[in-house]
Design a protein around this ligand. Structure first.
Ligand SMILES: [Zn+2]
Length: 305
């Protein structure tokens, strides 16, 4: 099975702190690296945590608040200086395309690699990437500007081979791949052996939901139901629910409530207000609602399994 994990590069809200950078994450699926959000300082965090920048081929930007994209032009310029030739696909709010154009033009830079821009609007959930092994959907979030989260969902995995029945029926090696994809096997005498006798059910598909920034919104629940790992912002503790509502953010209890209602396997809290040095009270509060909660920490990799 492919490695599937997420590394947090920045877990702070709006303002960076000495221990927490601005929003950015690297999602790893097999050999592929996807960058999710790119706050200022992201390229330094990538170097600091020894992530091979050149392997990132796709970038997803949730919204156009500075703490989620001000690092992008820096990273794109660095790729140009490193003589990157491979294309980069960017999935982001439509206005970002002109912003990047203007920034490149003003600095007299013509990137020596193609940038393929995919505008993502926040009105309704949509399939935005159909990758051979994964589907990526946009998730409309509730914030002060149009914002989308992202759901990365592995496509159904092939069935597993049952080695004993393969031996028993003497299935040749070249017929095995078809069995993984559900085909029956016909032997040399013309007898058909049903697939179910030769294989075991496929492992469950894994998924990662990224929900930042957003106010509490229950319409997210059916879209992210059953996710393996949910990253949900928890800018404030619940005593600041008034600020959360005013600013289009969530509290730790609200994030846990969404996780509980969506029946996800694990919850990762992030996008913490710079006012908190110690995040454990926030974690404890969330765990009162949803036990399988973790705190996002810069430089930590969380397996999605
Ligand atoms: Zn933010």
């Amino acid at each position: 099975m492919n490695t599937f994990s997420v590394t947090v590069l920045g877990s702070s809200a709006a303002i960076a702190t000495p221990g927490r950078g601005l929003s950015s994450q690297v999602l790893r699926y097999g050999p592929e690296l996807f960058l999710i959000d790119c706050g200022e300082g992201t390229q330094f965090q990538l170097r600091r945590f020894k992530i091979s920048v050149g392997h990132i081929n796709r970038v997803f930007i949730s919204h156009l608040h500075g703490d989620h994209f001000f690092g992008l032009i820096g990273l794109l310029s660095t790729w140009h200086l490193l003589r990157r030739v491979k294309a980069v696909d960017i999935y982001a709010p439509p206005a970002l395309e002109d912003i990047l154009k203007m920034q490149f033009e003003a600095s007299g830079t013509v990137p020596n690699y193609p940038i393929i821009f995919h505008p993502v609007t926040a009105e309704s959930p949509r399939l935005i990437l159909d990758h051979p092994q994964m589907e990526v959907f946009s998730l409309p979030l509730t914030h002060r500007v149009p914002t989308t989260g992202f759901l990365f969902r592995e496509k159904p995995l092939p069935r597993r081979i049952n080695p004993e029945s393969i031996d028993f029926y003497n299935v040749p090696y070249h017929s095995i791949e078809a069995l993984r994809h559900g085909k029956d096997y016909t032997d040399a005498t013309g007898r058909v052996i049903p697939n179910a006798e030769l294989t075991l059910p496929s492992p469950a598909s894994r998924s990662y939901a990224y929900c930042s920034d957003t106010a509490y919104n229950e319409s997210l629940v059916p879209l992210i139901a059953g996710s393996t790992l949910l990253y949900h912002e928890a800018t404030f503790m619940h005593d600041r629910i008034k600020s959360a509502i005013e600013k289009g953010h969530s509290t730790s209890i609200q994030a846990a409530d969404i996780a509980e209602k969506a029946g996800v396997k694990q919850l990762l809290l992030g996008h913490f207000s710079a006012r908190y040095d110690d995040l454990h009270p926030l974690l404890n509060e969330a765990r009162g609602v949803f036990e399988r909660t973790m705190l996002a920490e810069d430089g930590t990799t969380y397996p999605i399994e």
